[in-house]
Design a protein around this ligand. Structure first.
Ligand code: GDP
Length: 460
């Protein structure tokens, strides 16, 4: 079985899942590209495995990329699985039972730009979910005088050249983490990281030149091995558990699910339960798909069928009746259990996202469960009542819902990261329902508040 390469007999230890967060333009995408690129260049051909929505870097490749820093014989975790979509939007969407799906995060901070609002927001999210993280101090190639030679260890050069940057990071991290956790910490480089819980490693990197990427991989691997091994112990052969990354229309397959599997095994033909906009969906896996190697894509066929997949992995599930599936929702293989019990489990998990609604208020829509929750929280903070909250594009029936509001200012739909269906836009115009959409939560709240204020001024 070709897919066994990254998950082959890991001794019931799965691959740690890594997410990348940070402020816009600080280099999250570039860093992921560089990690993939380095792994491809350094590793044996095909040694890194492209998953759906994620990239697996096996231990041997981490070790090759990291030079002599990682001795593969000292590790028994299979490698690292990087979620391909960076940012805290996807991070919040990717939840597993009650917590974050990612085991470890990389917080990317541009050394020139320092801590920015989304950096701080990311730290809060990481603290709230209890997700351990390391800081990648990125763009070190832009530090004046930065001129590393092949022989000069990054640490030495970095310390010589960028004390200023480091002390800013120290200060900011201390402010945010010292205060939040009450724990002492040192932001010195990883080899000084003594206690993972209370010390944050700062690793200088350049996503442009690749400097520091080996160190970053080494730190991640080391921390996972040293402090998270017990959390990686899974029942590999047990029923699969995962989270929907995205619901995707795929030619030839109909509606499919891109899923990150974090526990167990999923097989073709398995009965599964998936969280949906209405009741949980009970269906049967028709096909499990993984991306084809780029070199193999000559025809339109973009995926390969596999008989089974083991955690941790990113895969596409083709199955009937997936139209109502929600991004961010749980996916469970039924296995030997009672379907009703698994349905109840999925319902219980979905209940964690339940948004408090009132009889009177606006209608909100968002693209994933995680973002719906974040939007609902922002509305609650701004004291804007919500009458209905759902995952999905803005549809005519949302407009009908909004027309039932008594107060005119509540005849409004706020959509986060969603499309407005054509007939919904027409209907909204007819019914005088206002639509606001944005891909920034606070923008939506602000737009709505401005509209309400303007309207109140008019009425005076
Ligand atoms: P994201 O929004 O956090 O995903 O940031 P991007 O990866 O898109 O990077 C934003 C910009 O910074 C792009 O123009 C990148 O080329 C540039 N960039 C990212 N990392 C580095 C780096 O290490 N050095 C330099 N000089 N530029 C970088």
């Amino acid at each position: 079985m070709s897919d066994a390469d990254t998950t082959e007999d890991p001794g019931e230890l799965r691959t740690p899942i890594v997410a990348v967060l940070g402020h816009v333009d600080h280099g999250k995408t570039s860093l992921l590209d560089k990690i993939r690129g380095s792994a491809v260049i350094e590793g044996e051909a095909g040694a890194i495995t492209q998953h759906i929505g994620a990239t697996a870097v096996p231990l041997e490749v981490v070790s090759e990329v990291a030079g002599n820093l990682v001795d593969p014989t000292e590790f028994d975790l299979p490698g690292l699985l990087f979620i391909d979509t960076p940012g805290h939007h996807s991070f919040s969407t990717l939840r597993s039972r009650g917590g974050a799906l990612a085991d470890i995060a990389i917080l990317v901070v541009d050394v020139n730009d320092g801590f920015q609002p989304q950096t701080e927001e990311a730290i809060r999210i990481l603290k709230d979910t209890g997700t351990p993280f390391v800081v990648a101090a990125n763009k070190i190639d832009t530090i004046p005088g930065w001129n590393p030679t092949a022989d000069a260890p990054v640490k030495q050069t970095y310390e010589d050249q960028s004390d200023r940057v480091r002390s800013q990071l120290d200060e900011k991290l201390y402010e945010l983490i010292g205060e939040l956790s009450g724990a002492g910490f040192s932001s010195d480089l990883y080899w000084r990281v003594q206690n993972f819980q209370s010390n944050i490693g700062v690793i200088p990197v350049s996503a442009e030149t690749g400097e520091g990427v080996p160190d970053l991989l080494t730190v991640l691997m080391g921390l996972a091995q040293r402090y998270m091994k017990s959390e990686m112990e899974v029942d590999i052969d047990g029923p699969g558990a995962g989270t929907v990354l995205e619901v995707v229309e795929e030619r030839g397959f109909g509606t499919t699910l891109d899923v990150i599997l974090y526990d167990g095994t999923i097989e073709q033909g398995d009965q599964i339960v998936v969280g949906g906009t209405n009741d949980p969906i009970v269906t049967e896996v028709r096909a499990l798909l993984k991306p084809r190697e780029l070199s193999e894509i000559r025809t339109e066929k973009r995926f390969d069928d596999v008989p089974e997949m083991q955690a941790a992995a990113g895969l596409k599930i083709a199955a009937p009746d997936l139209d109502d599936a929600m991004a961010g929702a749980p996916v469970r293989v039924v296995g030997d259990k009672d379907v009703a019990d698994v349905v109840a489990d999925v319902e219980a998990e979905l209940a964690e996202f339940a948004v408090e609604t009132a009889d009177e208020g606006v209608v909100v829509k968002a693209d994933t469960l995680g973002s719906l929750e974040a939007l609902a929280n922002a509305m609650a903070e701004a004291e804007i009542p919500v009458m209905a909250a759902e995952v999905g594009d803005i549809a005519p029936r949302d407009v009908s819902m909004a027309t039932t509001a008594d107060e005119d200012k509540h005849r409004t739909i706020l959509g986060f990261n969603v499309d407005v269906l054509d007939d919904a836009a027409d209907k909204a115009e007819e019914e005088e329902v206002r639509l606001f959409d944005s891909d920034v939560i606070y923008q939506l709240v602000e737009d709505y508040e401005e509209f309400v204020e303007a309207r109140e001024r008019e009425q005076k």
